[in-house]
Design a protein around this ligand. Structure first.
Ligand SMILES: [Zn+2]
Ligand SMILES: [Zn+2]
Length: 445
């Protein structure tokens, strides 16, 4: 090696840490058409399942009918199914000789919102949520995940001479409230059943179908919710000198807390605090006794999170002190933690997925929404969480170059994946990821 070739070789070696061709042991060119054939044959059934689930969505911890549909599908395939794990969750196990246990997770829940896609199979369902009547819709695409999950199970069983070990397919309730994963773990997911050696999950998003994106390391954000009550002393709006004004404190806090982001946090690190609700006061001429603020805090790294929480608390206390008011009540509730993808699991799966999808398989920056799949990862399951696109590539290109409308994202009432290519990609990518993990293990890492 001379000094001129060295930098080139080094850059190849860096790439190889993620995508080493030496690891591409599974025969993707041979497997891919087999998987495609299996999905093609099975698609009419998956399409019917998808549209049925889409038209009949259920919100967090109410997913009784949805779970029953999946349980029936998995039993028909020969899985051993346990229902009501973590209230409405289910666990489906299939043993195929000696080998690792691999977990594949789907969510079950939909959102308390009205669907406005106008699709023939659109949801018109309603439910009671937090004491209020609401429409329900699968506007996050968890129905796509469920159809892909069933399709993956079917495909893996059709290819069971290609792998050895145990499939642990879990359907998790209440992802949207980031409480379903915790509920399943608390109900003995990893004690009543064997703790899996690896885990996989996918999520759809508003990019081109046929495309798969992934991340090494941090894949989604830490989410904490913030609630602050500023206590003042109410009185007449014309006599502020006789009051301690909590509206003033709230206003000051909302502005000043942003300096925690801009002046205290490392500007190269992700961190956001957004105040989404202010409650206080009744009339224009009455200074109220208190004002309540609610917000969300999002970060990727624990050290950034700790710094932000400290800064937020200090700012709230200082703002109250400036008004000579009592200390505010500050409540920070931990939501989901960041999903950290395991480099080994990702490297193995990425080799197979790159071979199958070529340029349509790409790394992407971490996403700022949160996801409670992190609970399983943090319970000690090395995992990979990846994303699949849902829209026609031409529409995505037009939206990107400004010649077409913006495409509705997850949680939009217009979110409308194109089912067939999206589900097919989900099944193909997940099947290859699982087989590659079995294979990696069989070769002793
Ligand atoms: Zn969602
Ligand atoms: Zn979701």
């Amino acid at each position: 090696m001379n000094r001129f070739t060295k930098p080139l070789l080094m850059s190849v070696a860096l790439g190889a840490a993620i995508l080493s061709p030496a690891r591409a042991e599974i025969d993707v060119p041979r497997l891919k058409p087999m998987i495609e054939k299996s999905v093609e044959v099975d698609y009419p059934r998956l399409d019917a399942l998808y549209k049925d689930i889409h038209a009949h969505p259920e919100v967090a911890f109410q997913e009784v009918k949805t779970a029953a549909k999946l349980a029936a599908e998995m039993r028909a395939l020969g899985f051993e199914v346990t229902e009501k794990v973590g209230k409405t969750g289910l666990v489906a196990i299939y043993k195929n000789g000696d080998g690792p246990t691999i977990m594949v997770r789907t969510e079950l829940d939909a959102l308390p919102m009205e669907e406005k896609t106008g699709l023939a199979y659109a949801s018109h369902e309603k439910t009671v949520w937090n004491g209020q009547d609401t429409f329900v819709a699968h506007s996050c695409g968890h129905d796509i995940h469920m159809a892909s999950w069933v399709g993956t199970a079917k495909t893996l069983l059709g290819l069971k001479d290609q792998w050895q070990g145990t499939l642990m397919f879990i359907a998790q309730p209440a992802e949207e409230t980031v409480s379903g994963a915790k509920a399943m773990l608390a109900d003995g997911l990893f004690t009543r059943f064997k703790k899996p050696d690896f885990g996989f999950a996918l999520h759809d998003g508003a990019f081109a179908y046929g495309h798969v994106s992934y991340r090494v390391g941090i894949g989604s954000s830490n989410s904490d919710s913030l609630e602050i009550t500023f206590h003042g002393h109410g009185g007449h709006g014309a006599r502020p000198e006789r009051t301690v004004d909590p509206v003033m404190m709230a206003a000051r806090f909302i502005v000043d807390v942003q300096s925690v982001i801009s002046r205290e946090k490392d500007p190269t690190e992700f961190g956001v605090v957004s105040i989404g609700a202010i409650q206080g006061g009744t009339a224009e001429n009455i200074i109220p006794d208190k004002v309540l603020l609610r917000g969300t805090i999002r970060t990727f790294k624990p050290e950034v999170r700790a710094k932000m929480l400290a800064g937020i608390e200090r700012t709230a206390k200082a703002v109250a002190a400036m008004s000579d008011a009592p200390a505010p009540d500050i409540r920070i509730t931990e939501g989901a933690k960041a999903v950290i993808n395991d480099p080994e699991v990702v490297a193995t799966a990425a080799t197979a997925l790159k071979a199958a999808f070529g340029d349509k398989f790409r790394p992407s920056p971490p996403l700022t929404p949160s996801e409670d799949f992190s609970e399983f990862v943090n319970a000690g399951v090395p995992s990979m969480f990846f994303n699949i696109g849902v829209y026609e590539p031409e529409r995505v290109a037009a939206a990107r170059n400004g010649t077409g409308p913006e495409l509705p994202s997850n949680h939009s009432p217009q979110f409308a994946p194109v089912p067939k290519p999206t589900i097919e990609t989900g099944v193909e990518a997940m099947t290859l990821a699982v087989i590659s993990a079995f294979d990696q293990h069989a070769r002793g890492k």
